[in-house]
Design a protein around this ligand. Sequence first.
Ligand code: 5RP
Length: 292
Amino acid sequence: MPEVDKAGERYAADQPQETPGFFLKGSHQLDWGIKNRLARVFSPSTGRTVMLAVDHGYFQGPTTGLERIDLSIVPLLPSCDALFCTRGILRSVIPAETTKPMVLRASGGPSILREELSDEEIAMDIDDAVRLNAAGIGIQVFIGGEFETRSVQNMTRLVDAGLRTGIPVMGITAVGKTMVRDAKYFRLACRIIAELGAQYVKTYYVDDGFETVAASCPVPIVMAGGKKLTELDALTMAYNAVQQGAAGVDMGRNIFQSEAPKAMIAAINAVVHKNARPKEAYELFSSLKAKG
Ligand code: 5RP
């Protein structure tokens, strides 16, 4: 790693980066259109977002919980701040009457059947994102992966297209099978993604040092959910992430694979927007689940 491996006071995690004139970290010098789209995804009153990630089918097909997005996800739309989905699902399933902001998956290529997942290409023209009134686009970036340079270049091409059209780009730290998930890796990956122009970064939570990942990334971080955990563990992880500097979550399986997805997304909302503690949020989840 190119940095001195001494996390600590140099990250000044308790001293927020200044954002004069706009509520979102690192976004105050962007153009009106990008700011407006960001303000649709991130709540201007809390500075945070609950994005619901349902794009898994782009390489996994009908993932558990997403077999029928019309039945499992459309009813959750009122409970999220934004949906992260593919343009195929958007056009075929998501009602155009919705006013929820849509962030579109813009990369693809290898399926789950392949060993090497970093072999991705840009999978959507920016003109289509404009046509679909996207509030943002998201792309996987494989730092340390076999096709690292290409995936970085895919992202920078999308950032250029996004800046031309006013559409913010969410860079996603993709973790291959052999990569270590620790703060040192995520500091590196998130910072590279931000330095190369993404307007926000989606990354995983780590127990040790997440605040240094958030502090050293000059743009907002949203936490990815990852594999299904117990509801209490998932709420605890989301709580820790936002308390340690994340500007919200972009969670999938821990919401739509929950026994009670509607109750779970309500509990996540309480954690993200109201700073509810994990136990309190879990009680909310349990009472909403009991009410059916
Ligand atoms: C994969 C993605 C997915 O959208 C997302 O991370 C999946 O959500 P979850 O892990 O919470 O099920 O970007 O990198």
